[in-house]
Design a protein around this ligand. Structure first.
Ligand code: NAD
Length: 502
């Protein structure tokens, strides 16, 4: 790939600390390219630990005032922010298309799903509400004074903010995933430091700039760039009380154990290998659409991508030709070109990793039905077309490992139970779906499959923000999932008060 700009010409992106842009001077940087064209578009500081320290200090200084601001006043900023974001959807989607490579439609959809999280966080006055039970007991006789009589004890539990919270986010939803975290965190009275992916941080920068313009007080929201050294500084910092991470299992496991060892509350939403099961009685059109969209939407770069499909009985007879026909006709191109149905991988390393897995699948003996290496696609940029392997087995790396690209592996099973056993063998457990017309099969699936998010006749069972989002097994480390009621509990601590009036 050609890189027409030099490093010096590429723009170094700023940190946002206390509402002010800070530029790093010197230190390691990462150069990012537009994956649709291969042009250099930005450089990102990787090792600016001083900036991370200033970001935490800024958040810590803002905490006293923000946590004492009434929740009804805090959410006014979110109401305003929601309308600001709505009027900037196209601008934000344009940044995502250029830096990440999503199609314009996918980018707009991802901003809208982020706004869903803001709407949910606007419910904080109700979501944070405590509980109370009057006269839960009477004073026990040994502590009762003579004149006290039969005095009742009242009890209540309140939910209170934690302090400075940190978010560490992946490249694949650069706008939406940060919004899983900070709107609920700040609505609950915490202040926040976001460390976005170094691969495509510009949408997050613009989103925080817009939040500052929407009136969040100085220091409530801070953004710092970096790689592992910066993350380490944040997750070990005394002032940091909670860490929310989304990304690979390898990084998540490290962040969970290191953050916990430094007394943080940590939740890590991690990698995945997701299975879709197709029964012979499934609605064929819906199953083909569902599997296809799940495997190849966002160019397969989704933690909810259904990258393995298990065809039960004779379902493969119509499923495989149906999927192949769709894959061969997909228009692969730049995300903002009219008519593009699938964009590029996010960077050259991601493209090369996917190409390597396709080669490995062939070597392992899988049957290559559609070869994305030979698809019609632009010659510059990080493109690989939709790829389908048939007759794969759970011994193959293309079935076991997360490829995070447009590669679908088809397995075959005689029965639903055999198909579910394939799903349950996986070390991951993010999501699984079943396509069927049978209530009995659906019930059997729901009661036996091991995954945190499941769907019936739905290709991508992505929970809306009012519901928790996370997987099981090596797809998640922690107790409380992101979003939903879990999100409120993660960003607050409970306190019980027992009182009596004598
Ligand atoms: P990644 O793990 O490489 O990076 C995620 C974040 O962690 C980045 O901010 C990165 O700077 C940081 N990081 C990476 N390695 C680190 C290390 N050794 N020490 C400290 N910090 C480190 O993930 P990615 O490639 O950006 O994103 C893709 C992964 O995210 C996939 O595995 C995907 O399944 C997963 N993901 C999971 C969910 C979910 O909800 N479970 C959602 C989206 C993405």
């Amino acid at each position: 790939m050609r890189h027409p700009m030099t490093r010096a010409e590429a723009t170094t992106l700023p940190h946002l600390i206390g509402s002010v842009k800070h530029r790093s001077t010197g230190g390691a940087i990462r150069i990012n390219v537009n994956p649709g064209t291969g042009e250099e578009i930005s450089s990102v500081p990787l090792d600016d630990v001083d900036a991370a320290e200033r970001a935490v200090r800024s958040a810590a200084n803002a905490y006293a005032g923000w946590s004492q601001t009434p929740v009804g006043d805090r959410i006014q900023h979110l109401f305003k922010y929601k309308t600001v974001l709505e009027s900037h959807i196209e601008e934000l989607a344009g940044i995502i298309v250029k830096e990440h490579g999503k199609t314009t439609g996918e980018a707009i959809g991802s901003v809208r799903r982020g706004i869903d999280c803001i709407e949910h966080a606007c419910g904080a006055p109700i979501l944070m509400m405590g509980r109370t039970l009057p006269r839960i007991a009477v004073s026990s006789s040994f502590c009762r004074t003579q004149n006290e009589g039969d005095v009742g004890l009242d009890s209540s539990v309140d939910r209170l903010p934690l302090g400075v919270c940190v978010g560490i986010t992946p490249f694949n939803f650069p706008m939406m995933v940060p919004l899983w975290m900070w709107p609920m965190a700040v609505a609950c009275g915490n202040t926040f430091v976001l460390k976005p992916s170094e691969r495509d941080p510009q949408a997050a920068i613009r989103a925080i700039e817009l939040a500052n313009e929407a009136g969040f007080p100085e220091g409530v929201l801070n953004l710092v760039h970096g790689g592992p050294n910066v993350v380490n500084h944040l997750i070990k910092h005394d002032e940091v009380k909670a860490v929310s991470f989304v990304g690979s299992t390898q990084a998540g496991k490290y962040i969970y154990s290191t953050g916990s060892a430094h007394d943080k509350r940590v939740q890590c939403m991690c990698g995945a290998k997701n299975f879709s099961i197709i029964m012979p009685d499934a609605n064929r059109g819906a199953a083909i659409d569902g599997v296809f969209g799940s495997a190849f939407g966002n160019t397969g770069q989704r933690c909810l991508a259904g990258s393995v499909v298990v065809a039960v009985g004779d379902a493969a007879d119509w499923l495989v030709p149906g999927l192949a026909e769709r894959a061969e006709s997909v228009v692969v191109g730049k995300g903002d070109d009219k008519g593009t149905q699938m964009g590029p991988l996010q960077d050259p390393a991601a493209r090369d990793r996917v190409l390597q897995y396709i080669g490995q699948g062939v070597e392992e003996g899988a049957c290559l039905v559609v070869d994305g290496r030979t698809a019609s696609m632009p010659s510059e940029g990080c493109f690989v077309g939709p790829t389908i392997f048939d007759n794969t087995t759970s011994a193959m790396s293309i079935v076991r490992e997360e490829i995070f690209g447009p590669v679908l592996s088809v397995m075959r099973a005689q029965t639903l139970d055999e198909a579910v056993a394939f799903v349950n063998e996986s070390e991951y457990g993010n999501m699984s779906v079943l396509f069927t017309d049978s209530g009995h099969a659906a019930h059997r699936f729901e009661t036996t499959v091991q995954a945190g998010m499941i769907g019936i006749n739905v290709g991508v069972p992505a929970p809306m923000a009012a519901f928790p989002f996370a997987g099981w097994k090596k797809s998640f480390f922690g107790d409380l999932h992101t979003n939903g009621e879990d999100g409120v509990r993660f960003f607050t601590k409970s306190r019980v008060t027992v009182r009596r009036w004598i």
